[in-house]
Design a protein around this ligand. Structure first.
Ligand code: HEC
Ligand code: HEC
Length: 361
């Protein structure tokens, strides 16, 4: 999948509307690269009832790191072709994009970057153990300009980055460290920012906090979701709406290439066809669906669970093959509409406009 990422780049720019550096304006402060190294520890907000996120010791979160990372996330300064993280992970689409990338018959849907501090596996089949390393692996050289001298020169000439790198990581001179180190620290800062992208203000959350109530349709949909009728909660459970499991929900019977899933990581035959069960938070905003973007609408997804599951798929999750499921879920048209109404209560548009998340440019 790595090689495929750049192919749809031009199209992606059109879609996201992210354009050139020329429209950017520098932030308010004046640079002082000599500032002392006193990073301010930052504690992630943990919504009530959620577990404590595990932050790796090698990349503690700091106010200065987040500030640097947020700017790099929206900036094309690291890339060779005007791309930024936000080109593919756009706030309006819950830090995803409506496009998926196709090359040589393989497609991949762009995951939303939300609540990832609570994730335990990264990318569609867990290719990366620590999120801090995602930017390094998947977007090189298509993302990072392979000519590091160019990146260093751009950084040095910038009015803010020298000071930001120093304050975040005690790097007095971006030209004095190795290319690998500079890339690593840029990635660490970006991921510190990504960890702050938390959504817990959907209608669903407000109902859980007793601040509002579901409609009758949403209530009926939630009953399908949380009972044997739909069984969705087994893999997309509360409160993250993912259980962080690698499993096979029965999409296919034959698996090739990237579509072989988790087996590509572990080499175990029992992992053939297993993929990360994604969060359903903001699912309304992140079409197309499934790792290869095969479904365009939630209606298509629900019809798959209702009548399209491949029972004979190798390693299919036992939840999908419970007795009587051989006839499908047997949901009525009203059931399906109500289930979708419930899924739409997971939408939290506040993250699109949150002043701490949006582009600083
Ligand atoms: C060309 C489009 C593109 C660009 C640019 C891009 N991404 Fe992604 N991102 C993707 C796709 C596609 C995936 C899924 C990859 C896979 O599973 O193989 C992904 C996956 C991820 C994931 C894993 C999410 C999860 O739920 O497991 C993270 C984190 C991430 N990207 C962060 C970033 C950061 C940070 C940047 C900038 C340094 C970036 N991405 C730039 C398309 C892009
Ligand atoms: C056995 C575990 C399991 C159950 C039960 C399950 N899912 Fe999934 N779900 C998955 C997995 C795994 C994926 C990703 C599959 C892939 O892309 O290969 C997924 C993907 C999805 C997606 C697409 C997510 C995206 O970001 O593209 C939606 C929507 C979804 N499921 C909704 C539901 C609903 C609604 C139910 C109940 C009717 C349900 N799921 C039941 C495991 C499950």
């Amino acid at each position: 999948m790595k090689k495929t990422l750049y192919l749809s780049f031009a199209l992606m720019l059109l879609i996201t509307g992210i354009s050139s550096v020329s429209c950017k304006k520098d932030a308010e402060e004046t640079p002082t690269p000599e500032a002392p190294y006193t990073p301010t520890p930052y504690t992630l907000r943990v919504p009530t009832g959620w577990s404590t996120p595990v932050i790796p010791d090698f990349n503690p979160t700091t106010v200065e790191g987040i500030r640097l990372g947020r700017m790099l996330f929206y900036d094309d300064i690291l890339s060779m072709n005007g791309r930024s993280c936000s080109s593919c992970h756009h706030p309006d689409k819950s830090y995803s994009t409506p496009l998926f990338i196709t090359s040589g018959g393989e497609s991949i849907s762009v995951p939303p970057l939300i609540n990832l501090a609570w994730n335990t596996d990264f990318e569609w089949y867990g290719q990366v153990a620590h999120m801090d390393h995602v930017p390094l692996g998947d977007f090189t050289p298509e993302f990072f300009d392979p000519n590091m001298d160019t990146i260093v020169a751009r950084m040095k000439a910038h009015s803010l980055y020298p000071r930001y790198f120093n304050e975040a990581f005690n790097i007095k001179d971006v030209a004095a460290i190795s290319s690998d180190e500079l890339k690593l620290k840029a990635s660490y800062a970006i991921i510190q920012f990504v960890r702050t992208l938390i959504t817990d203000s959907s209608k669903y959350d407000r109902v859980m906090r007793h601040e509002t109530a579901f409609t009758a349709e949403e209530m009926h949909g939630s009953a399908i979701y949380y009972t044997e009728a739909g069984d969705c909660f087994h893999c997309h459970g509360t409160p993250l709406l993912t259980n962080n499991v690698m499993t096979n929900n029965g999409l296919d019977t034959v698996f090739t290439g990237e579509n072989r899933g988790y087996i590509n990581v572990t080499g175990r035959l029992t992992d053939l066809g297993k993929f990360s069960a994604p969060t359903l938070r903001n699912i309304e905003l992140t079409a197309p669906y499934m790792h290869d973007g095969r479904f365009q609408t939630l209606e298509e997804v629900i019809e798959f669970y209702n009548s399209g599951v491949h029972w004979n798929s190798p390693n299919i999750d036992p939840i999908m093959t419970k007795p009587f499921k051989e006839y499908g879920l047997m949901l009525s048209a009203q059931d399906k509409a109500d289930l979708i109404a419930f899924l739409k209560t997971f939408t939290d548009t506040s993250i699109i406009h949150n002043p701490e998340y949006i582009s600083p440019f």
